[in-house]
Write a protein that binds this ligand. Structure first.
Ligand code: GCO
Length: 457
């Protein structure tokens, strides 16, 4: 790769990619699967760019063996995927669909046979539509359905899954799903949003309890949050206060109840009136000990005081001068800052980077190659920051790129390509991008080259 000495990663470091069921699987009615809120939402006119849906997606349900072979060829040792709850319980609860479980059983066996540690996410946003019809996350009963589902998965797959993740980015599920309405189920109601926040957390607590009683002792269980450093747009007291509140809403709303057993005071002052009743045992369940915290990092948030923004009078600005991807500001130093903050402000806990990646408008060149230089640069810059944080003593156990394949990027449809592997959505042909080859080299060396021009690193 280079003659310069590499910046080393810990031995036994987990290197892999992450995905989610609705974004890659397709086969929405195969083998008895019931509809999820994403099936409904993506088929609702006007919700997704170009009316795209996950009906085919990357056909991973049919091609999972090819996809696992790709990961093996890259030399990866871990793979994060999510289970489509409505494959297991087409009605959300009640009668179990064994054929749905069989798919994940085969997937996990195939991963293990190819040297990949299965990292299983129970919920990556595709709630069974039948549960939505009974009120979805704003309904407290959904928390019990989730715990029952978790127990079933643990009983069947528990012996072979290496890492368990209850929820993926519950903040996004609550807010994009119930406040802005950009995601399924497309609700725009602050009560529904804050009810979802509390019930997603509570469902995590109940599922954690169910997993602890069903799984063999010592199986690591965590939750994955989307976290970003929050910076004020200026030094004015108004912008600083707005950034402080935004941090409570974005980051501490989940970190504090999970790791300290209480909601941030600032959050309760600003949005407490929208919360559902919090029952005496709730926060005890929510804050039961975790084995690791999953961190998804993409960007930072720069916030200014904005009287127009309902409820919190704080909104995001796009700082000038930095580079942007198709979706966000590119801010690698934020990963270092975030990891050190987690170590400083919260009880010690292994951290697992469960997503990091960038959308690039990739295309296939005449010679059949995908030259995604921009993605290589992004991953390189972030891995250097990650390595710095590890050097400073932050206990990070692994790093997963979002994503293995180009896939269905929610409301953006297929326009955003995040894969290390290009997917031609017509033919379903996969082509390993230059970034995929580059990442395979990083994994092979368990180290990353210093950034060009960097001194003394
Ligand atoms: C998320 C989800 C993924 C996204 C990815 C890129 O983090 O939003 O976990 O499903 O596709 O993050 O936006």
């Amino acid at each position: 790769m280079t003659d310069t000495p590499l910046l080393p990663f810990p031995s036994n470091f987990l290197w892999g990619t992450a995905s989610s069921a609705y974004q890659i699987e397709g086969s929405p009615t195969a083998d008895g699967k019931g509809p999820s809120i994403w099936d409904t939402f993506s088929h609702t006119p006007g919700k997704i760019e170009r009316q795209e849906t996950g009906d085919r997606a990357a056909e991973h349900y049919l091609r999972y063996q090819d996809d696992i072979r790709l990961m093996k060829e890259m030399g990866l040792n871990a793979y994060r995927f999510s289970i489509a709850w409505s494959r297991i319980f087409p009605q959300g609860n009640g009668s179990l669909n064994p054929a749905g479980l069989d798919f994940y059983d085969r997937l996990i066996d195939e991963l293990l046979a190819n040297g990949l540690a299965p990292v299983l996410t129970l919920f990556h946003w595709d709630l069974p539509q039948a549960l939505q019809d009974q009120g979805g996350w704003p309904n407290r009963q959904t928390t019990d359905a989730f715990a029952d589902y978790a127990a079933v998965i643990a009983r069947r797959l528990g012996d072979r899954v290496a890492y368990w993740i209850t929820h993926n980015e519950p903040w996004v599920a609550a807010m994009a799903g119930h406040f802005t309405g950009e995601h399924a189920p497309g609700i725009q109601d602050p009560f529904a949003a804050l009810q979802s926040v509390h019930h997603l957390l509570l469902s995590h607590g109940k599922a954690l309890q169910a997993l602890r009683s069903e799984l063999p002792a010592g199986k690591p269980i965590g939750i994955t949050l989307n976290l970003s450093p929050v910076h004020p747009a200026s030094n004015t007291p108004e912008d600083q206060a707005a950034a402080h509140l935004f941090d409570a809403v974005l980051n501490r709303s989940f970190l504090d109840p999970l790791l300290y057993g209480c909601y941030p005071q600032e959050l309760l002052e600003a949005l407490g009136s929208f919360f559902p009743p919090i029952e005496p045992d709730d926060l005890r369940l929510i804050s039961a000990p975790l084995d690791f915290l999953g961190v998804n990092y993409y960007t930072r948030a720069v916030i200014h005081h904005d009287p127009q923004t309902p409820l919190i009078q704080a909104s995001q600005v796009q700082p000038i001068g930095n580079e942007y991807s198709q979706m966000w500001e590119i801010y690698p130093a934020g990963l270092f800052e975030l990891l050190l903050r987690l170590q400083r402000d919260y009880p010690p806990l292994p951290l697992f980077i469960t997503e990091n990646g960038v959308p690039v408008p990739d295309g296939v060149d005449a010679d059949g190659r995908v030259r995604d230089e921009r993605r290589i640069r992004y991953l390189h810059q972030h891995l250097v920051q990650l390595q710095r944080a590890i050097q400073q003593g932050v206990p990070v156990i692994g790093y997963l790129v979002w994503s293995l394949l180009d896939n269905f990027e929610w409301a953006y449809g297929y326009r955003m390509r995040f894969g290390l592997c290009y997917v031609d959505f017509e033919t379903q042909q996969r082509i390993l991008k230059d970034s995929g080859r580059w990442f395979a080299e990083i994994v092979r060396h368990n180290g990353v080259p210093p950034l060009p021009g960097a001194q003394g690193t």
